[in-house]
Design a binder for this molecule. Structure first.
Ligand SMILES: [Zn+2]
Length: 98
C-alpha cells in the first residue's frame, strides 16, 4: 500500500474519505470525524507517524462502525486499543515503501 495516494478506505461496508493535510494549527496527528465519514492525517509528520496515525484512526472507525462503542468501552480503553493495535500492525507489516 502506498498510503499517501490513499483517498478512500472501506471500513465494514462504509466508504471513508482519507485526507492528508497540514494540521499543525489543530496540534493533532490526525482524527476521525464519524459524522462526516472522514479521516484526516497531518501531512507534516514523518511517514511512519502518518502511517501509524492512519491505522489508529481506521481502528476508531472500526469501533464506530462495528457498534463496539455501544458496549460502553471507555474512551481511554479505546485509545489504548487503537494505539496498540496500530503499533502491532505497523511493526509486523511493511506498509510504507522505504
Ligand atoms: Zn485516538
Amino acid at each position: 500500500m502506498n498510503f499517501k495516494t490513499l483517498k478512500m478506505i472501506d471500513v465494514l461496508g462504509k466508504k471513508i474519505k482519507v485526507v492528508f493535510r497540514d494540521m499543525t494549527q489543530d496540534n493533532v496527528c490526525g482524527h476521525y470525524v464519524y459524522d462526516k465519514n472522514l479521516i484526516e492525517i497531518n501531512n507534516k509528520l514523518n511517514k511512519e507517524t502518518q502511517e501509524v496515525t492512519l491505522l489508529h484512526e481506521i481502528i476508531h472507525a472500526v469501533f464506530f462502525r462495528s457498534g463496539i462503542l455501544n458496549t460502553k468501552v471507555s474512551a481511554d480503553a479505546e485509545e489504548v486499543i487503537c494505539d496498540q493495535v496500530a503499533k502491532v500492525i505497523q511493526e509486523n507489516f511493511k506498509l510504507v515503501k522505504k
